[in-house]
Design a protein around this ligand. Structure first.
Ligand code: NAD
Length: 415
């Protein structure tokens, strides 16, 4: 997955933003390292009766603005530095959308595709038995990420409540609605991204009704396909990919049918009428909007010069390397950076925490309206920083987020 260290990238970004903000050395140092890290082994009983050991992580990167918040991912290529980077970006992400939260992330190095449902449940419960004392509604609130989902959260919540011997649904977000989840969470990340594309089109004159492509067709990618049409009044989805392959249709796919096909067969490959293309080609197609919605470092120095999209809306975390970012900027491509474009998920997770605290639930329309307001404001705040400081959007988003976190650290007397 990672030919290169995401955390080093995240640290370089902090130094760059700190220079623009004139932050002192202590503040820069504080923001460049995680506040707390938990590193552990998980002992899981497998279906064959044997115990298998997995490596697990939970990182609370910065909690100056509120409890740590961030997903737990299951992936074979997971490393502590990937988790550090993701926890760091979560800190700026919650700050960019101005949520009263810090940043965190967790992960387990495992291959979920080769595990049965019961093995995944055992793993999820063991993860919680290990970190239960360190998480909580006012400490650290996990959520799903790559290859974890609302079912994982329901198991984790159940294990946590059993250990604590009380009802605390707000300690996990993106739960099923039957056990304290919120309306509007399933498509929140994609909705947030599509809202930022809508604002970019209005402000900068792009045309969302032209062609678009999506890399990665999981939760974020599938919902982006549906919402691009719904919220932007059209658009032709000409290419999509998942881990098994990439497909192309010059006339555009029917997004609903494509989602049905993926849900039914487990992949987008083999969708009737589609042509198989190499993974790399998808990223280089001539489209108005490209949504990277898979994993890190998809756009690198190797392919950045070939990217033809007018807007790159980063639903994935860290899909563009710093060198590639510079190339995209030079080419005049409007990058909506991950910490802004994918902030819809954590925003609705925050709404879920609020509703769980009050045990009073909003309807879907209210969730959508409040999400729209948060993401629209955040997009324009970042655009103001682009104009004021004459910097590119990723740096501007970092500057907005880091300034807010640095201020909270200072007010608390940490630096
Ligand atoms: P998911 O597990 O539901 O989907 C991931 C998709 O990417 C799958 O379709 C998988 O097949 C595909 N994929 C994996 N490797 C690929 C490759 N090399 N080429 C093409 N496709 C590949 O995960 P998700 O929840 O949709 O998350 C996707 C990205 O969005 C991640 O970077 C995640 O951190 C980020 N994100 C998700 C959320 C959320 O709420 N789901 C929130 C913020 C950020």
């Amino acid at each position: 997955m990672e030919s290169y260290n995401s955390f080093k990238t995240a640290q370089r970004q902090i130094i760059e933003a700190a220079k623009i903000l004139n932050l002192d050395e202590a503040t820069t140092q504080l923001l460049s390292e995680p506040q707390k890290e938990f590193n552990f082994s998980l002992h899981v009983k497998m279906d064959n009766g044997k115990v298998k050991i997995f490596k697990g992580y939970r990182i609370q990167y910065n909690i100056a603005r509120g409890p740590a918040k961030g997903g737990i991912r299951y992936h074979p290529a997971e490393t502590v530095d990937t988790i550090r980077a993701l926890a760091c970006w979560m800190t700026w992400k919650t700050a960019v959308v101005d949520l009263p939260l810090g940043g965190g992330k967790g992960g387990v190095c495992c291959d979920p595709k080769s595990m049965s449902l019961r093995e995944l449940e055992n793993l999820s419960r063991e993860y919680i038995r290990t970190i239960a004392p360190f998480i909580g509604v006012d400490k650290d609130i996990p959520a799903p990420d790559v290859y974890t989902n609302p079912q994982t959260m329901a198991w984790m919540m159940d294990e946590y409540e059993t250990i604590m011997n009380n009802h605390q649904p707000g300690v996990f977000t993106d739960k099923p609605t039957q056990v304290g989840g919120t309306e509007g969470r399933r498509d929140a990340t994609a909705r947030g991204g599509v809202i930022t594309v809508r604002e970019a089109c209005k402000l900068l004159g792009f045309d969302p009704t032209k062609k678009f492509a999506i890399q990665g067709f999981g939760n974020a990618g599938q919902r982006a396909a549906l919402l691009h049409h719904e919220l932007l009044g059209g658009g032709k989805l000409i290419a999509v990919s998942d881990s098994r392959g990439a497909i192309y249709s010059p006339d555009g796919f029917n997004s609903k049918e494509l989602v049905m096909h993926k849900l039914k067969t487990g992949s987008i490959t083999g969708f009737p009428g589609s042509k198989k293309i190499p993974h790399e080609q998808l990223l280089e197609l001539d489209v108005e909007v490209l949504y990277p919605a898979a994993l890190e470092n998809a756009i690198s120095i190797n392919n950045a010069k070939n990217i033809k999209a007018k807007i790159v809306c980063e639903l994935a975390n860290g899909p563009t390397t710093p060198e590639a970012d510079l190339i995209l900027n030079k080419k005049g491509i409007h990058v909506i950076p991950d910490i802004l474009a994918s902030a819809g998920g954590v925003t609705v997770s925050y709404f879920e925490m609020v509703q769980d605290k009050y045990s009073f639930f909003w309807d879907e329309k209210t969730v959508h309206q409040r999400l729209d307001q948060k993401l629209t404001n955040a997009y324009h705040r970042v655009h103001e920083a682009v104009m004021e400081k004459k910097i590119h959007p990723r740096l501007a988003a970092m500057v907005v987020g880091i300034a807010r976190v640095a201020e909270a650290c200072k007010l608390r007397g940490w630096v």
